[in-house]
Design a protein around this ligand. Structure first.
Ligand code: AGP
Length: 366
């Protein structure tokens, strides 16, 4: 079937705008009376006995896994290891029969991710796949599959599939937590109900498009940008940097905010752009003290900042505000301005936004 761009100039922008719908479809039927359920999965026995989760994925899917790790550990209290599928193949994994491998892949065809799945199964380990493509190789070979319902993603740069992957990570963390009785049930219910409102929050961030476009126009000639984040903001920084690299060809490097002092600070001089995520209420003071250090050295700081934290960001040169959201769910909204920024940076630099040079939708072959 023909997939059309409709009113949008590019698939990437269209898919960015399809995120609220991708979120709604991925959530559909999964939350009832504040409880998450996966009625058809029939995997409770495995979930109840899992001693450790190992997540393997590449690129954007890996970044969704990084968020997944933090929320599963926090809510379900299961130790989680996360690995780039492209590295996983080459290390000695010390398997335990109660391990559970989760592979995440939009396409369901990425060779390294498939190899991680096969390696796990070869060792008798259960594999749960999260993919957007029914009938894909990864969907076929895993014990169980949870589908993201983002719809076909055409742009090489992944956007709506990532949002849908994040939603599955949250649903899974909540489900595991209630199954294993590892977290306060009232708080779990609160989080589940908040998840039902994140589509509307993403809608509200999409309203910032014009402002973000103006920022992209202003900064589109830069040669390099640092992306900083701490805690749950760190994977978002990584995703923002990847998006910018692949579409705009601007060098972007993501750093955990605290690591900045351990080397990269040497690169900060007058005019160096630094984009920082500020969505974690409890971490804001710590992060702002790092930001002061780099401001003092002349960095130009762009903050993606939760509305209620904006007074902390007064010294930042530019601000994009995010709605008030539970910090645990913030990655869902915080990534959206970064996607829009990457899109317009690519556009102002005259790049082929939907088909960046050298890249393919899924990396297959060896
Ligand atoms: C995302 O914008 C990239 N194009 C890329 O990193 C992608 O996420 C990666 O290749 C993994 O693909 P998959 O999810 O289909 O396995």
């Amino acid at each position: 079937s023909e997939i059309e761009k409709g009113e949008f100039e590019h698939f990437m922008l269209k898919e960015i705008h399809e995120q609220p719908e991708a979120i709604r479809k991925t959530l559909a039927g999964r939350i009832k009376d504040g409880r998450v359920d996966f009625p058809d999965l029939e995997f409770d026995n495995v979930f109840k006995n899992t001693g450790k989760i190992i997540i393997a994925a590449c690129g954007t899917s890996y970044h969704a896994g990084m968020v997944g790790r933090l929320v599963i550990e926090k809510l379900a209290r299961i130790p989680v290891e996360i690995d780039l599928a492209s590295e996983f193949r080459y290390r000695e994994v010390l398997w335990n029969p109660n391990d559970l491998v989760i592979v995440i892949s939009q396409s369901g065809e990425t060779s390294d991710t498939l190899a991680a799945l096969r390696e796990a199964r070869h060792n008798g380990i259960k594999v749960l796949a999260i993919t957007n493509v029914p009938g894909s190789t990864i969907a076929q070979e895993a014990e169980r599959v949870i589908y993201t319902h983002a719809g076909p993603e055409i742009a090489i740069a992944s956007t709506k599939a990532y949002s849908a992957q994040l939603l599955i990570m949250y649903l899974l963390a909540l489900y595991l937590a209630s199954l294993r009785d590892s977290y306060n049930p009232v708080e779990l219910e609160g989080l589940a109900n908040e998840l039902l409102g994140v589509d509307a929050m993403v809608e509200s961030v999409l309203q910032e498009q014009q402002h973000i476009k103006e920022l992209a126009e202003k900064y589109h000639k830069v040669q390099s940008i640092f992306f900083l984040g701490r805690g749950l903001d760190y994977p978002v920084a990584m995703e923002g940097a990847l998006k910018l690299k692949e579409t705009s060809y601007v060098h972007a490097e993501a750093y955990a905010t605290g690591e900045l002092l351990h080397g990269p600070l040497a690169l900060i001089e007058q005019g160096v752009p630094v984009l920082t995520l500020i969505s974690q209420d409890k971490l804001v003071d710590k992060s702002m003290s790092n930001i002061k250090e780099i401001k003092a050295r002349g960095a130009v700081v762009l903050a993606i900042c939760k509305e209620n934290l904006q007074e902390h960001c007064q010294e930042c040169d530019e601000k994009i505000l995010l709605p008030r959201i539970n910090p645990m769910l913030a990655p869902i909204v915080a990534v959206v301005p970064l996607q829009i920024f990457a899109y317009y940076m690519a556009l102002f630099r005259g790049n082929d936004v939907d088909k960046p040079r050298n890249l393919v939708k899924s990396v297959m072959g060896d």
